[in-house]
Design a binder for this molecule. Sequence first.
Ligand code: AMP
Length: 220
Amino acid sequence: MKCIILLGAPGAGKGTVAADLAEQTQFLHVSTGDILREAVKQGTAVGLEAKSYMEAGDLVPDEVIAKLVRERLAAGGADDRYMFDGFPRTLKQAELLDSVISDMEGELLSVFLLEVTDDVVISRLTGRRVCKKCGAVYHVTNIPPKVEGVCDKCGGELYQRTDDTETTVRNRLDVYSAQTSDLIGHYDSLKLLEKVDADQGKDLVEREIIRCLEDLESRQ
Ligand code: AMP
């Protein structure tokens, strides 16, 4: 198992970039946020536990995330390549990932830090709209659908995530600074960190990451 991590504040574009890269590379997109949202939708025990944290923009407890990630990786094969989006978010989760990687004799190839300014985050997230059916992501002004409120890809209805309101977005940014930004120093000290300017459009971000991945591949 080999993996990469997309790190960065909420709204840095991790989900959008990961979904595109999953189509262009061998890496499977694993988003703990998507897994949790699905659990909430299905009303599972995990979903019921996670719901209130998510609505407030707070982190779901590490033990819940540990269980989800272990289950997701156990379902895969030894040759799988994963691209984590929104995980790890705490040093505890980074330790969990280290131990899963060593159990599976895998390797963490690189950590891409998508750097973005707060103003860009707030405008991106409060304008974000997501398809209820296929999960495709739009923005009311930056990536508008052809018909307002309707997904171009599947015709599904577009909605605003309950945690994309301005108050919750500001809390998510505070939570990121307090709990997730420690990971930057952690992965930097391991010489795994690649910084990418994520204020620029997603095409440039994706091109930069693909170039790094090709570089890594050629050195393997
Ligand atoms: P995201 O889609 O990555 O922005 O995640 C949405 C929400 O799900 C977050 O605000 C958290 O409440 C929760 N969440 C997602 N991933 C994690 C994680 N790795 N650790 C803790 N909470 C998470």
